[in-house]
Write a protein that binds this ligand. Structure first.
Ligand code: NAD
Length: 490
């Protein structure tokens, strides 16, 4: 019988109150791997009660003691990387190498969060007036939760959770219902951490669980990553309920290729960025902007590089690109390609009818390139989230920057050039939170915030680094004067 995944609440594995389940499917072959509870507010409320009860003792545990659990967490994950990566590949479709790369990013965040004793240190001003000192301390906010998307079943939880618990908060993780088995296995390993019950919980499900998080009075801070539409909903409902919210949304990341860019390197990096993870990456380059000088040099080579990507089951070593996540996702991508063509685009590379031996029931699409994407049209502004690269044209650097800034999203943008002046202008003028200069996937390291502007982010403090520390702590300012025992005066 197919396994029904359980929630991890108050240090124990518990069956969901929800009677409804959803199939967890391997997108490379359509096989049902397990079932996940559709979600229930009762499950979420039980986790929030447990987290709330555990909060006082946990915040009183010294930071140096709290991070000892993170050192153990890191070593547990390192020792089980291949096993976790295989589960991730089977439920998400990405390649084994891509799953392992996620793990590296997760570990980096744990490492940064291990610096909490320093990162939480206070500021102190002596003698703000005669005999009076003032200082600011950071204290945990209480209980936090993260709601994460399907496309990084390992990494994204670690943009938040290690910082939240290291700063003294208790926590609830809500994995994507499309890829819930990876985090379930990670939590099975976390049992070996022997954290106090209730400090770290995991609750499965979809909208009902999420709404439970948004409405539960015991939860004070919520980190969300997913599509912009849902990000906006989370931000609106969560903040209306008085919670602190950071909500990262979708993206449409342009790459400008200047005529002086290095040809071989640029082509390889851009093709990897566009088609890695089958284009289902919030930092994937989904638009290339060329000038009339750079187009003849780069477009034919980009098509060639895309064509050479082998698609298939991600556990096979020679596979560079897996399937998209669901049949609905594939249908949506196909419809958007049709729309791009109807708006005057030329499908310069057509991967729609790719045949994968053994993967006939999988949701595969080969790399597609739509040349001559219309300015202001559907492909310019819509996140496709599949292996489709649009090509647009600009007169010069200024025109390219205008074109990029006209978009609604502002997650990332890159320029490929040898010119320092062009790169400087680009990074200065482009309205996006993560900028790449000769970089295809401008993903910040764990000790920098994962920025994101415009429709790609709702909130102010971002994921990772000092931003995560600030998000999961509240500041308290103390102004202090002591009666002088010798002069008997203040
Ligand atoms: P999604 O918005 O469909 O789902 C994200 C999470 O929200 C899931 O846990 C899901 O259960 C929940 N959810 C979905 N619909 C909901 C609803 N109506 N009400 C309440 N909760 C709901 O996103 P996805 O398809 O899982 O992931 C892909 C999206 O995530 C893309 O748009 C991608 O760009 C974005 N993403 C952004 C970043 C970033 O850093 N900005 C990183 C990764 C992914």
């Amino acid at each position: 019988m197919t396994q029904i995944l359980k929630n991890f609440i108050n240090g124990t594995w518990q069956s969901s109150h929800s009677k409804e389940t959803l199939d967890v499917i391997n997108p490379a072959n359509g096989q049902v791997l397990s079932k996940v509870p559709a979600g229930s507010k009762d499950d979420l409320n039980a986790a929030a009660d447990a987290a709330h009860k555990a909060a006082k003792a946990w915040r009183n545990t010294p930071a140096n003691d709290r991070i000892q659990y993170l050192f153990k967490m890191k070593s547990l994950l390192e020792n089980h990387t291949d096993e976790i990566a295989e589960i991730c590949t089977n439920e998400s479709g990405k390649t084994f190498a891509e799953s392992k790369a996620e793990m590296v990013r997760a570990l980096e965040n744990i490492e940064v969060a291990c610096g909490i004793p320093v990162l939480m240190q206070s500021e102190f001003s002596e003698d703000i007036a005669r005999g009076i000192d003032e200082f600011m301390i950071r204290q945990p906010i209480g209980t936090g939760a993260c709601i994460v998307p399907f496309n990084f079943p390992i990494m994204i939880t670690f943009w938040f959770m290690p910082y939240a618990i290291a700063t003294g908060n208790t926590y609830i993780v809500k994995p994507s219902e499309k890829v819930p088995a990876t985090m379930t296995r990670i939590f099975e390993l976390f049992e070996q951490l022997n954290l106090p019950p209730g400090v770290l919980n995991m609750v499965h499900g979809g909208k009902e669980t999420v709404d439970g998080i948004l409405d539960n009075p015991h939860i004070q801070a919520i980190s969300f990553v997913g599509s912009s539409q849902v990000a906006h909903y989370i931000y609106s409902r969560g903040s209306a309920n008085g919670k602190r919210i950071q909500a990262q949304g979708g993206a449409k990341n342009p790459i400008l290729i200047m005529p002086d860019a290095d040809v071989e390197g640029t082509v390889k990096i851009v093709a990897d960025s566009a088609f890695g993870c089958a284009g289902q990456r919030c930092l994937a380059s989904s638009l290339v902007v060329l000038t009339k000088e750079s187009a003849p040099i780069f477009l034919p080579k980009l098509i060639e590089a895309a064509q050479s990507k082998k698609c298939g089951y991600g556990m096979n070593e020679d596979v560079a690109m897996g399937p998209v996540i669901t049949p609905e996702s594939k249908t949506r991508v196909l419809e958007l390609i049709e729309q791009g063509i109807a708006e005057g685009g030329n499908l310069a590379l057509d991967g729609r009818n790719i045949n994968i031996p053994g993967g006939e029931k999988g949701y595969f699409l080969g790399p597609c390139i739509i040349d001559n994407v219309k300015r202001g049209g559907t492909i310019h502004n819509t996140e496709i989230f599949g292996p489709v690269l649009g090509v647009m044209y600009a007169e010069d650097l200024d025109d390219a920057i205008d074109l990029i800034n006209a978009a609604e999203y502002g997650n990332a943008a890159s320029i490929f050039t040898h010119s320092g002046a062009a790169a400087r202008k680009f990074r200065h003028d482009v309205m996006a939170g993560n900028i790449g200069v000769n970089i295809g996937v401008a993903a910040p390291m764990a000790h920098f915030p994962f920025s994101g502007w415009k429709k790609s982010f709702y909130g102010d403090l971002h994921a990772q680094s000092r931003h995560a520390v600030e998000f999961y702590t509240q500041t308290k300012v103390v102004i202090e004067r002591w009666h002088n025992e010798w002069t008997r005066k203040f």
